[in-house]
Design a protein around this ligand. Sequence first.
Ligand SMILES: Cc1ncc(COP(=O)(O)O)c(C=O)c1O
Length: 423
Amino acid sequence: MSKQHSATIAARAGIAQDSAYGAVTPPLYLTSTYELKAFKQPGKYDYSRSNNPTRDLLGDALAELEGGAKGLITGTGMSACLLALQLIGPEDTLVIPHDCYGGSYRLFLNLANRKKAFKLVVVNFQQANWAEQIKAAQPKMIWVETPSNPLLQITDVKAAAELAKALSAILVVDNTFLSPALQNPIALGADIVVHSTTKFINGHSDIVGGALIAKDAAVGDELKWWANCLGVTGGAFDAYQTLRGLRTLLPRIKQHQQNAELVVDYLQKQPLVGRIYYPGLKDHPGHAIAKAQQHGFGSMLSFDLAADEAYLPVFFEALRCFTLAQSLGGIESLICHPGSMTHASLDAATQKAAGIGPTLIRLSVGIEEAQDLIADLAQAFAAVDAALKQNTKPQLQQSEQASVAEKNEQQQFRLNPALSVLW
Ligand SMILES: Cc1ncc(COP(=O)(O)O)c(C=O)c1O
């Protein structure tokens, strides 16, 4: 039979494989350990930190969807990132993008600076000389996140893979923002793909999880050894839930994208919207590359509110369909302020350098009826407009002061990374 399409692979992962009772839906194996067949005769499974049948089904399905040899399931997206970093050591250099997810940035920075785990070079992949900067760094590993969070900047994965090959470096791509439904980095030349399965892959905002897919079996085996050694493998129940979410990945993504396009159309006509960051727009600097390397433009987008920062609370408080929350990729629409939420672990200078402005707003467009989402945004913009017309900013200055106090508190978290548990 010819290779199946992604929708079929996702929907049928583990279906009708139960040899015990013929269960159509694969059972959830909630066991920590497994009985030996006889003395000195272990079966396929011995201990669930190392291997678990439910977790293996999810790993195999993601490996197939991403076109890799091995899929490993971890407890969180961050532990998938940590796992990939086991391939480099103190003498090696890791190149990361300047605008990667704040939690990844914190991990790289603190492992490099406080643990001397590797040398770190931060590169702006949007600069014309990005390849020269990487060549000069002579890295052992290159980390790419495309589209980036929260500005949806696009990196040419094929070009990065060619460069990595020439430098004998390992190319890791964080594919969280698109999922295997919309981008397959291994087909573009990447060696390793990481995911926060918390996002689109599970898709229901009820599980935190991660995955790492290795192109080569030998690399996958080495990382499987590390996953067991470090104890970062994911729980069986989480894998079961994620497998259930994965079954509807393709139809969910279709609806997410359709809605995102309609929301972008609306935002383009809204006077209180400044710049829109969405790779589907023809004037987006990464549009052509996104079109070539992605199977769609996704449902993540950001925009600048064209009003003073003081009006952000008015906007957020008026919303009913968009929930103000971290995270993304669930069926429900979420909205966030990257500067004070997802990217608060970047200090002010790093945020500025990364292009994260004070009124930047990020949307994760869900699968609700698009007209309801648009109506919700419209009434929130109307609330801002009314506040602007009434010149009610003096009243808002109080909350502005509160946000200064909060920012100082956040700065404390940043200065003492041990306290920085929130981000
Ligand atoms: C691009 C990206 N990578 C990795 C992570 C980390 O994933 P998790 O929160 O599941 O640990 C996130 C979380 O938001 C993310 O957005």
